[in-house]
Structures are given as C-alpha cells and as structure tokens.
Design a protein around this ligand. Structure first.
Ligand SMILES: CC[C@H](C(=O)O)C(=O)SCCNC(=O)CCNC(=O)[C@H](O)C(C)(C)COP(=O)(O)OP(=O)(O)OC[C@H]1O[C@@H](n2cnc3c(N)ncnc32)[C@H](O)[C@@H]1OP(=O)(O)O
Ligand SMILES: [Co+2]
Length: 132
C-alpha cells in the first residue's frame, strides 16, 4: 500500500455536500463522475496527496443506497493506492482477508478497484486502487 488514495463518504445529496466540503476544505471539488457499475455519482476533493470522495447513490440498488438505508451519512470506506492490484489481491487473500471482487473492476478517477469485506478488516470497508 503506497498511500491512502481517498476517503469515501456516503452522502444523500451530492450538491449540498459539495458545498459543505468546499467550505470545510477551502476549495471546490476538482471533478464529478458517475460510475454506473456501482450506481454512484462521485465528486473528488484533493487534500494534499490524498482525496475526499463524496458518493451519492444513483439507483436504489447501489451499495451506497443500501448503506444509507441503514446508517447516517458518513465515512463509508478507506481506499489505498497500490502498485500492482493483482499482486495485492493474492497477498491479501493468502493473508486471510475476504476479497469481495477478485477481478478488479472499473472505479472512478481512472482506477481499477477491488474491495475487501469489512468483516475481515476490523469493520472498515477497504478499497484497493490501481492507476490505470
Ligand atoms: C468504484 C467507484 C468508487 C471508487 O472509489 O472508485 C467507489 O468507492 S464505489 C463505493 C460503493 N461500492 C461498494 O461499496 C462496493 C463494495 N461494497 C459491498 O460489496 C457491500 O456494500 C458490502 C458487502 C460491504 C456490504 O453489503 P451488504 O449487502 O452485505 O450490506 P449489509 O448492510 O448487510 O452489511 C453486511 C455487514 O457489513 C457491514 N458493513 C456494510 N457496509 C459497511 C461499510 N461501508 N463499512 C463498514 N461495515 C459495513 C454491516 O454493518 C454488516 O455488518 P453486521 O455486523 O452484519 O451488521
Ligand atoms: Co472509493
């Protein structure tokens, strides 16, 4: 793991949260992006070498919608930047972590992504990101 790539925050209203985080961080988001595969619309704020990713569900079947059905808005996941996502998946599987998607899928901001089940990571949903 090279660095924290982003902190993912689940929000109900992306526009409102964009305004709030722009005030909080003192700068506007640098991009918004819809990831159909995850049924999310995201916006990204650069904070030093890491990012804040705000996520709003675009469909009721989105993992974000299901999360917010049961929990308030807040930190949803931590994403780590990795050099070789295939190698990391093998290493983590060997180490006993539960990989949710062994085949990397298309994420936001030009990344390939893999998720680990929170029950294998002390209750934190972990995302691995490799620059495409
Ligand atoms: C890819 C685009 C973008 C990017 O950065 O590029 C994204 O980050 S997209 C982010 C949205 N996509 C995902 O989160 C994909 C991975 N997530 C999943 O597959 C599910 O959300 C999963 C498996 C983590 C949970 O789904 P499930 O249907 O099992 O939900 P439950 O509510 O039944 O939860 C089961 C169990 O896990 C705990 N849980 C659920 N979500 C989280 C979370 N975000 N952080 C920590 N723990 C979580 C939940 O509390 C349940 O635990 P239990 O002890 O049984 O109550
Ligand atoms: Co993410």
């Amino acid at each position: 793991m090279r660095k924290i790539e982003h902190i993912g925050i689940a929000v109900q209203n992306l526009e409102q949260s964009n305004e709030l985080f722009a005030k909080l961080l003192g700068k506007a988001h640098f991009k918004t992006e819809i990831v159909d595969g995850e049924a999310v619309e995201t916006s990204f704020f650069q904070v030093g070498e890491t990012k804040v990713e705000l996520l709003q569900a675009t469909r009721p079947d989105s993992p974000i919608a299901k999360y917010l059905d049961k929990r308030p808005e807040g930190v949803h996941h931590i994403a780590f930047d990795v050099e070789d996502i295939g190698m990391e998946v093998s290493r983590l599987k060997e180490a006993g972590f539960e990989i949710l998607n062994e085949v990397p899928k298309l994420g936001a901001d030009n990344k390939l992504v893999v998720f680990l089940h929170p029950r294998s990571t002390n209750g934190v949903l972990v995302e691995l990101c490799q620059e495409q």
